[in-house]
Design a binder for this molecule. Structure first.
Ligand code: HEM
Length: 413
C-alpha cells in the first residue's frame, strides 16, 4: 500500500498530484484527519461521510455563509432548510425534469453537434478546452435562458466565482478578483431579471420570477443567488465528468468496445466514472455539537470536509474499489442517480444534488453523439494526462486523436 509522508497534509504536493494514492492510508490510519493549517477535519470513510451528510441537524451547511454567499450575492439552496428549502428546490427541479428536460436534451444535442463539427475533419480535439467546457456553459445558459453570445464573458465571471468557493486558501488579490467577478455577473443579471418579470419565458429565471414563497415573490437578490447557484453547480462538474468518462473508457479499451457495441451501457459507465473519480471531491459541513466520529471527537463549531473520492473508494462499500468496472454489481446503475445511490458523488441527504438526473441525461446524450463520430479515439501522442483540483477535480485539458471524418461526414443531432 502507498504510505503517506508524515506529517501528512491535505495541502501537500503529494496529495494534489494524486489524492487517490493517499485515501487508503487515510481511511485506515487517520479517518478523521485534522488539518491544522485549515483548522478543519477531513473524513475519508464511506460510513462516516454518509452519516455526516445524512444528519443535517448535527452537521449544517453554515460553512457556505463564508464559502459561497459572498460570490452568490445571497443565500444559496444548500444553505436553506425546512419549508424554504423544499419550496425553492422544487422550483429549481421543475426547470430540468419532465418536458423541460426533453426540450433541453434536444438543445444539448444541437449544441454538441455544432461544437464538435469543426474538429471532425482534423481528427483532433481537446475534449475539455475545445468542447466540454463551452458545452457545459451553453447547456446551463439554455436552462437559465441567458444569451449564448455572452458565454465567454459569463464563463470568465463563473471561473472567478468557482475559484472563491473551491479555494482552500485565497490571497487578498484573488479574493478581490473573485468578488469583482460576482459583482459584474450580478450587474449583468439585474436587467435580465427585470425583463423576465415583465415578459416571462419558460426558462428557470422566468420560473423564479413567477414563483411565490410564503405569499410573496422572490427578491432580485434571492433570484440572483439561485441563478448563480445553478450556474456554478451545473457547469463545474459537467465537463469534468464527460472528460473523465472518456479517459476511463480509452484506458479500458475492452469496456470502450462494449459501450460502443451497446450504448445502453453508457449510464453504467457514467455511474462508475462518478464513483471512481467524483468531480466534486469535497463537501463541507459545520459541526453543531461535539460528535464522536471513528474514535475522534469533532468539536462543536468545527468545519468538517467529506472526502467524497475516499468514501467512494472505501472497500467497506465497494469491492476492488480502485478498479474501474462498468459491470460492478455493487453500484446499481438506476439508483446511482437517485437518493438511493451507494456512491456519494452527488452527496446524500437533504442537500443531495438536485441535478443528478439531468447530469445523467446530459452526459449520456453527449457521449452517445460523440462515440460514433470519434472512431479509434485515443490520447494524442505526446500529451500527458493530468488532473488538478482539491475541491473539484478533473483534467484541465484532454487532447484526443481519432480517425478524421471525411468531407462527406456529418454529425446530425
Ligand atoms: C456530474 C454532475 C454533478 C455532480 C457530480 C454534482 C455534485 C453535487 C454534490 C456533491 C452536491 C451536494 C452538495 C452538498 O451536500 O453540500 C450537489 C448539490 C447541488 N447540485 Fe449538483 N452535481 C452535478 C450536476 C448538477 C447539475 C447539472 C445541476 C443543475 C442543473 C446541479 C445543481 C445542484 C444544486 C442546485 C445543488 C444544491 C442542492 C440543495 O442544496 O438542495 N448539479 N451537486
Amino acid at each position: 500500500m502507498h504510505t503517506v509522508t508524515q506529517p501528512f497534509s491535505i495541502l501537500s504536493e503529494e496529495f494534489e498530484a494524486d489524492p487517490y494514492r493517499c485515501f487508503a492510508p487515510l481511511r485506515e490510519r487517520s479517518p478523521v484527519h485534522y488539518e491544522p493549517a485549515l483548522d478543519s477535519y477531513f473524513l475519508s470513510r464511506h460510513r462516516d461521510v454518509r452519516r455526516v451528510l445524512g444528519d443535517h441537524a448535527a452537521f449544517t451547511t453554515e460553512t457556505l455563509q463564508e464559502r459561497a454567499e459572498p460570490v452568490m450575492r445571497g443565500p444559496v439552496l444548500a444553505q436553506m432548510t425546512g419549508a424554504e428549502h423544499t419550496a425553492k428546490r422544487k422550483i429549481v427541479v421543475r426547470a430540468f425534469t419532465g418536458q423541460a428536460l426533453q426540450d433541453q436534451i434536444h438543445a444539448i444535442r444541437t449544441d454538441a453537434a455544432e461544437l464538435i463539427a469543426p474538429f471532425l475533419p482534423r481528427g483532433r480535439v481537446d475534449l475539455v478546452k475545445d468542447f466540454g467546457r463551452p458545452l457545459a456553459v451553453f447547456v446551463t445558459l439554455d436552462i437559465l435562458g441567458l444569451d449564448k453570445r455572452d458565454w465567454r464573458q459569463i464563463a470568465d465571471w463563473h471561473s472567478g466565482i468557482i475559484e472563491f468557493i473551491t479555494s482552500l486558501a485565497l490571497t487578498p488579490e484573488r479574493r478581490r478578483h473573485c468578488l469583482e467577478c460576482a459583482e459584474q455577473l450580478e450587474g449583468y443579471l439585474a436587467p435580465v431579471i427585470e425583463r423576465r418579470r415583465r415578459r416571462p419565458g419558460d426558462d428557470l429565471i422566468s420560473r423564479l420570477c413567477a414563483a411565490e414563497f410564503e405569499g410573496t415573490s422572490m427578491s432580485n437578490r434571492d433570484i440572483t443567488a439561485l441563478v448563480i447557484n445553478v450556474l456554478a453547480a451545473a457547469t463545474e462538474p459537467a465537463d469534468k465528468s464527460l472528460a473523465l468518462l472518456f479517459k476511463h473508457l480509452i484506458d479500458h479499451p475492452e469496456q470502450l468496445a462494449q459501450v460502443r457495441r451497446d450504448p445502453a451501457l453508457l449510464p453504467a459507465a457514467i455511474a462508475e466514472t462518478l464513483r471512481h473519480t467524483p468531480p466534486v471531491q469535497l463537501v463541507p459541513r459545520h459541526a453543531e455539537q461535539d460528535t464522536e466520529i471513528s474514535g475522534t471527537i469533532v468539536p462543536k463549531g468545527a468545519t468538517v470536509f467529506c472526502l467524497i473520492g475516499a468514501a467512494n473508494r472505501d472497500p467497506d462499500a465497494f469491492t476492488s474499489p480502485d478498479t474501474f468496472d462498468i459491470h460492478r454489481p455493487d453500484l446499481g446503475t438506476a439508483r446511482s442517480f437517485t437518493a438511493a445511490a451507494q456512491h456519494l458523488a452527488f452527496g446524500t441527504g437533504l442537500h443531495q444534488c438536485v441535478g443528478a438526473a439531468f447530469a445523467r441525461a446530459e452526459i449520456e446524450t453527449v457521449a452517445a453523439l460523440l462515440l460514433p463520430l470519434l472512431d479509434q479515439v485515443r490520447h494524442s501522442p505526446g500529451s500527458r494526462y493530468r488532473e488538478t483540483g482539491l475541491y473539484t477535480r478533473g483534467p484541465a485539458s484532454l487532447p484526443l486523436d481519432f480517425t478524421p471524418v471525411g468531407e462527406g461526414g456529418t454529425c446530425h443531432p
